[in-house]
Design a protein around this ligand. Structure first.
Ligand code: PLP
Length: 425
């Protein structure tokens, strides 16, 4: 190995983003350039986005696309929402990071507003969704030992099959997706997996060692799987009766996506702990949080858990602005109203290439007739029509546009889907 050659560049050139005589590269060149230097843990659609605003993204060549994925709900307010960008800019000019070694002037307000929005008491700020899930697991275990009285190291957590809670070693330990697991063992013990949407199976799995039931109120990655009416209320009743925590992973379903602030609200349920992420960062920075009842989150004492970047000033400023946008109710209302347009549009496509779909608010899992291609192939055809979506499994395509989408744009996306499904290929 030879030492890397560092090209001489002045600090001014670095600041101006000027690289050594590198001509602008085309989309195709940039995709090829990734191959040898970037880990292949994703298989992106062949589009190279260079800028975006609202519902629209633009590629390197200036082609425009309607974003019907919205960063898996990380972009619920669209790209670069003016109020969120303004909040970020203002904070960038004042203070960006302190670590939690010191207090900073944005954290109290963020926690107060987030607790108020969710109707819960305390906030544990983190960065990514997986960290919020990990933190929720740790808090639930500690609660089990200190409050419920589970013998040391015996706590169990009950989860649902087909779940998606992130990618850490502990989280993939209770995944049922072999692609996510194979090659990553040994796994963390202490999890019991039951079928989703099956209260009897859940009841059979919960015992005196159970710290928590951890589920998604709607399973996003699994294909927007919506449980039967009464399931979430049943989970709440069972967990209350058995002195077990109900942890709702609302990282994808929460913050307006389904027409409510939290998806559990559709059943009038208040969990003990809610995990938030994705849209909490306003599409600008990673911001996640564990929000919960005081009795649960107060099991943490200084030094027992933390994160250097968790709740940093920039994250708190953006997160506060996100909570303020949601507190207006406008985005929940839009998701409900336009969700009806989405559902009606998809209903019209059933039998015309769509074999079935599930939707709530501005969120849908659309099962395409496998004879017309895989979800991936349909996504590529939609891309050529100027609409970006993402397949989940097999022939299912997920639609999750920014909640700022207009009825007209939604209509255009549905028309593109119809063209892709009904045109001969
Ligand atoms: C995306 C997601 C996560 C993980 O979030 P990351 O920020 O990618 O770590 C966890 N749970 C659900 C339901 C998600 O959709």
């Amino acid at each position: 190995m030879t030492a890397p050659v560092v090209p001489a560049r002045s600090p001014e050139a670095v600041a101006a983003g000027v690289s050594e005589a590198a001509p602008a590269r085309s989309s195709a060149e940039l995709i090829r350039a990734e191959e040898p230097v970037l880990a292949h843990n994703y298989h992106p659609l062949p589009v190279v986005v260079a800028r975006a605003e609202g519902t629209w993204v633009e590629d390197v060549e200036g082609r425009r696309y309607l974003d019907m994925l919205a960063g898996y709900s990380a972009l619920n307010f669209g790209h670069r929402h003016p109020l969120l960008i303004e909040a970020a800019h203002r904070q960038l000019d004042r203070l960006t990071l302190t670590s939690r070694a010191f207090h900073h002037d944005r954290l109290a307000g963020f926690a107060e507003r987030l607790a108020e929005l969710t109707g819960l008491d305390m906030v544990l700020p983190m960065n990514t969704g997986a960290e919020a899930v990990e933190s929720g697991i740790k808090v639930a275990r500690k609660w089990a030992y200190e409050v419920k009285g589970v013998p040391a190291d015996r706590a169990t957590i009950v989860v649902a099959a087909e779940n998606f809670h992130g990618r850490t070693t502990t989280i993939v330990s209770f995944s049922t997706d072999e692609t996510a697991r194979t090659g990553f063992g040994p796994f963390t013990p202490g999890f019991r997996i039951v079928p989703y949407n099956d209260l009897a199976a859940l009841e059979a799995a919960v015992d005196e060692t159970t710290a928590a039931v951890l589920i998604e109120p709607i399973q996003g990655e699994a294909g927007v799987i919506i449980p039967d009416d009464g399931y979430l209320a049943g989970v709440r009743e069972l967990t209350r009766r058995t002195n077990t925590l109900f942890i709702a992973d609302e990282i994808q379903s929460g913050l307006g996506r389904t027409g409510r602030t939290l998806a559990v609200e559709h059943e009038g349920v208040v969990p003990d702990v809610v995990l938030l992420g994705k849209a909490l960062g306003g599409g600008i920075v990673p911001v996640s949080a564990v929000v919960g009842r005081r009795e649960v989150l107060s099991v943490l004492r200084p030094g027992e858990h933390g994160s250097t970047f968790g709740g940093n000033p920039l994250a708190a400023a953006v997160g506060t602005a996100v909570v303020e946008l949601l507190a207006t109710g406008e985005f929940q209302r839009r998701a409900t109203e336009l969700g009806t347009v989405l559902r009606d549009g998809l209903t019209g496509l059933v039998g015309k290439g769509v074999v079935g779909f599930r939707s709530r608010g501005l969120w849908a899992g659309v099962d395409i007739d496998p004879a017309l291609g895989t979800g991936r192939e349909v996504s590529e055809r939609l891309m050529r029509e100027g609409v970006l979506v993402k397949d989940t499994h097999g022939s299912t395509v997920r639609l999750a546009p920014p909640l700022t989408i207009t009825g007209e744009e939604l209509g255009a996306a549905l028309a593109a889907l119809e063209r892709v499904l009904t045109r001969r290929v």
